[in-house]
Ligand binder design. Sequence first.
Ligand code: PBG
Length: 325
Amino acid sequence: MSAFPITRLRRLRKNSGFRNLIAETDISLDHFIYPIFISEEVSTPKEISAMPGIKQWTVSTVVKEAKRAYELGIPAVLLFGIPSKKDDVGSQAYAKDGIIQRAIKTIKSKVPELLVITDVCLCEYTDHGHCGVIQNKYVQNDPSLDLLSSMALSHVEAGADMVAPSDMMDGRVGAIRKTLDEHGFTETPIMAYSAKYASAFYGPFREAAQSTPKFGDRKSYQMDPRNVREALHEIELDITEGADIIMVKPALAYLDVIAKVKQQFNLPLAAYNVSGEYSMIKAAAQNGWIDEKRIVMEVLTGIKRAGADIIISYFAPQVAQWLQK
Ligand code: PBG
């Protein structure tokens, strides 16, 4: 390799033509998923105070938001439901006429080409706010699998294009795959929240989804932020159980995990740019402390550069508008 003065790296930084020509990372809308909240608790769209610009929608108004996303060029949405009735087994999660089942039907009938992905987890539906069923104050793994499988099946029966289990019970991807296959849905993919950490970055989401646990925390099922080998193990198991897309969540404090997963596995890899990551940028931008657009694009580029193929982000509509300009 030659060195200075023969080599001058600034030659290809001279103008945007050269810079774009040699850019190693591209942000394209094709790889974005936009999360949307639908609530039975509100009668008109309600802004989430901890997530400026993000709302809880009603079943009848969510179509508007889904349509807007599709028209902006976002290919997929990820739906979260907040039911008005919660109980200890999360019955509304797998009810035929549950909030999310109705929302899926409405969106698919009005915006059929938009990919509808659903979050599969009990925490928004249980009165205790945990992601599985409780016995002796402990989240029970195996009894939760049946409920999660019923939930996934009911979403797919309502028309969901893909299900995304986020509960972190052991064996849930296999259980859901088996249930879907037994009901003839062999062609419906699963995006597994494989390496999901017990993170404080989910704080604003819990206001949005009203899913804060009433006692304890999620550390007995979500991952310890100190671990990366364990993340690779989780991913390996999910692939064995039939995951089609794997995920690392959150994104920013876990870019090393994203990079390692990308090196070791050949499945499409998603990264979830979570609520806390969104709200921190929004808060700083509202104070005039940072340049929002540049920060967001830099953060998303970082997530891609680390190795994510797909980014799930609340910024998706804004990115779409920025890319158009
Ligand atoms: C449900 C779920 C959570 C998120 C996605 N699915 C919250 C949690 O596990 O407490 C977080 C998303 C975000 O913070 O944007 N289990």
